[in-house]
Write a new protein. Structure first.
Length: 242
């Protein structure tokens, strides 16, 4: 039945769908965070046909348990035991991110496949449990690429630069809004070559790799954030998107 519109709901998130006329299919992006417990969860679809008929469909999608490795990293003491001035900077950065990240545009800006930001080996994968200076701090929420300082870094897909400035933990950081709540983040850059508000295309340079912020050496950390949760960039790169 031809549809006029289609939308979904998944784990408390609204899922936007777009129609591809070349294949006559609807497609959308959604995901589950590392904190999602294993189990089956309902994915609800609501549609309106071209004749005005309301339609709904529910399907259970299973989320399985995954095991991730643990690594130990030594970083400067300021990143595990910041002084009062550094704590204030961290609070300011957090407030900035909380004010900017929800501002992702409602319309889809990305088009076609998402491509890795650099052609290089991955040195640390999504989900790794990290012990910083002997204390478990967090799970790795992105991918690390082993690249020397000064390597050109490319946008994963088309979008608008939401943030382009230095932050305490992230170092020189660029965030690109791809629309519909989907953001890509590029951390520890030695140089930022775009400014906030710029429109970028897939493969366009947004900066140069480096070791700024909480980094033990030159590399690129890239992350994908969707409606407030971090997703595995490798999964996004593997999707065949129109």
């Amino acid at each position: 039945m031809p549809l006029k519109s289609l939308e979904g709901a998944w784990l408390g998130h609204d899922v936007a769908f777009n129609f591809d006329s070349s294949t006559r299919t609807w497609y959308g992006l959604a995901g589950a965070s590392l904190k999602t417990r294993a189990g089956s969860y309902p994915f609800l679809l609501n549609a309106e046909s071209t004749s005005g008929r309301a339609l709904s469909f529910e399907r259970k999608i299973r989320v399985v348990h995954a095991k991730y490795p643990s690594i130990a990293i030594n970083v400067p003491k300021q990143y595990t035991e910041p002084d009062p001035a550094q704590v204030e900077k961290i609070k300011q950065d957090q407030a900035l991110k909380e004010s900017l990240f929800p501002n992702s545009g409602p319309e889809r800006e990305w088009s076609g496949r998402f491509l890795p930001p650099v052609d290089a080996p991955i040195s640390d994968r999504f989900g790794t449990e990290r012990k910083l200076n002997g204390v478990t701090q967090s799970s790795h929420q992105g991918l690390d690429y082993r690249v020397p300082a000064g390597t050109p870094i490319a946008a994963l897909n088309r979008g608008t630069v939401l943030l382009a400035r230095p932050l305490f933990f992230e170092g020189n950081c660029v965030v690109v809004d791809h629309g519909q709540g989907l953001l890509s983040l590029y951390l520890h850059l030695s140089e930022i070559t775009v400014k906030e508000g710029d429109q970028v295309t897939r493969g366009e340079q947004i900066g140069l790799s480096g070791a700024t912020g909480r980094a033990t050496g030159a590399h690129l950390h890239v992350a994908v954030r969707w409606q407030g949760i971090y997703l595995n960039p490798s999964t996004l790169f593997a999707l065949r998107l129109p």
